[in-house]
Design a binder for this molecule. Structure first.
Ligand code: DP6
Length: 321
């Protein structure tokens, strides 16, 4: 039955940045994320008599993104031994243009819409595994609040679970700062592959367990300072690895560096905030409610045209109808 499924975007505080298996999208490390209230994707699948179609924001897509969606649908159809041509209708609710329209909400919603369409009885863990096959980070968008994707060793053991779906006592805001609207030149899939050639990749990997444990305790202890410090360090490590890959590369633009410096300046002025950055030039700033205004105003005064969205915890995947 055609049902619209909504999944929210998540941002990793401990990053997934490397695959052990490209086909199954098994990661080399575990990761931990925060699901956001402000960014989400609604997806509905209907039957088609004219082959597969993919509509994003009501516009039919025929590029690489459509091919990726069709390949994913085929994989799921083979997995469940079901057939049929499908029309996928997705609406991305992303209040700013680029860099934050993560594949996490897209593939989580697609996995959910697929199961709803074929009336497949799957639990959240199975859904997380299915979403993972579309995009690794999507495995975590099944859950609200904080989610952990345990790396596992095979398809059955690599899935995400909720660490805290309703972290009411945690005062945590993520300001998504759009500095640059250009589409990224190197995909996450490509970047994380190239990153493995860095001499610092293995030492970083060796730190994963320790970083996951430290982040988990920061969350359990409601310790914003520790959470922010760990998130900023983990993101910086990921980007240092990109710079030192052979050949090296970076997602940073001059404004990214300016934003990193601004975060340090704000901290020096007693406005506590930390950054995290994904596979693009845009910056996300973590802070507490009392500092949202000051951080926002400082960014607006330095980056006149930047769009800023104040996000907090979002819910897990849901069926809308
Ligand atoms: C930097 O999940 O987009 O955002 O599995 O190849 O689709 P694929 O990668 P993707 O990578 C996300 C990378 C990241 C960190 C993270 O979300 O953990």
């Amino acid at each position: 039955m055609a049902k619209t499924v909504r999944a929210h975007t998540n941002i990793a505080l401990i990053k997934y940045w490397g695959k052990a298996d490209d086909q199954l999208r098994l990661p080399l490390m575990s990761s931990l994320s925060m699901t956001l209230d402000q960014f989400y994707t609604d997806t509905k699948i209907t039957a088609s008599t004219t082959g597969n179609h993919f509509f994003l924001n009501n516009i039919e897509q025929t590029d690489k993104s459509a091919q990726r969606v069709f390949a994913y649908l085929k994989k799921l159809q083979q997995h469940f031994n079901v057939t049929g041509s499908l029309s996928v209708h997705s609406i991305n609710h992303v209040p700013i243009a680029a860099g934050l329209a993560s594949s996490s909400s897209a593939f989580a919603a697609l996995a959910g819409a697929f199961c709803a369409y074929y009336e497949l009885d799957v639990n959240q863990r199975q859904l997380s595994r299915l979403a993972r096959l579309g995009s690794g980070s999507a495995s975590r968008s099944i859950y609200g609040g904080f989610a952990v994707w345990q790396k596992g060793v095979d398809d059955a053991t690599s899935y995400a679970y909720a660490l805290d779906e309703n972290p009411q006592q945690m005062d945590l805001h993520l300001l998504a700062i759009e500095l640059n609207q250009q589409p990224k030149k190197l995909s996450s899939t490509g970047g994380m592959k190239q990153a493995q050639s860095s001499p610092f990749f293995k030492p970083w990997l060796a730190r994963n367990e320790q970083e996951m444990a430290a982040m988990t305790s920061a969350i359990k202890e409601n310790d914003f300072t520790h959470l922010g410090q760990l998130a900023e360090l983990n993101a910086s490590e990921m980007h240092a690895i990109n710079l030192t890959a052979q050949p090296g590369f970076t997602y940073f633009e001059p404004d990214t560096i300016k934003a990193i410096k601004l975060v340090a300046q704000l901290r020096a002025r007693g406005i506590e905030c930390y950054y995290t950055i994904d596979a693009g030039p845009n910056v996300k700033v973590l802070c507490q409610l009392r500092n949202v205004k000051d951080v926002t105003n400082s960014f607006v005064s330095v980056f006149k045209n930047a769009k800023i969205v104040n996000a907090s915890f979002g819910p897990g995947i849901s069926c809308l109808d």
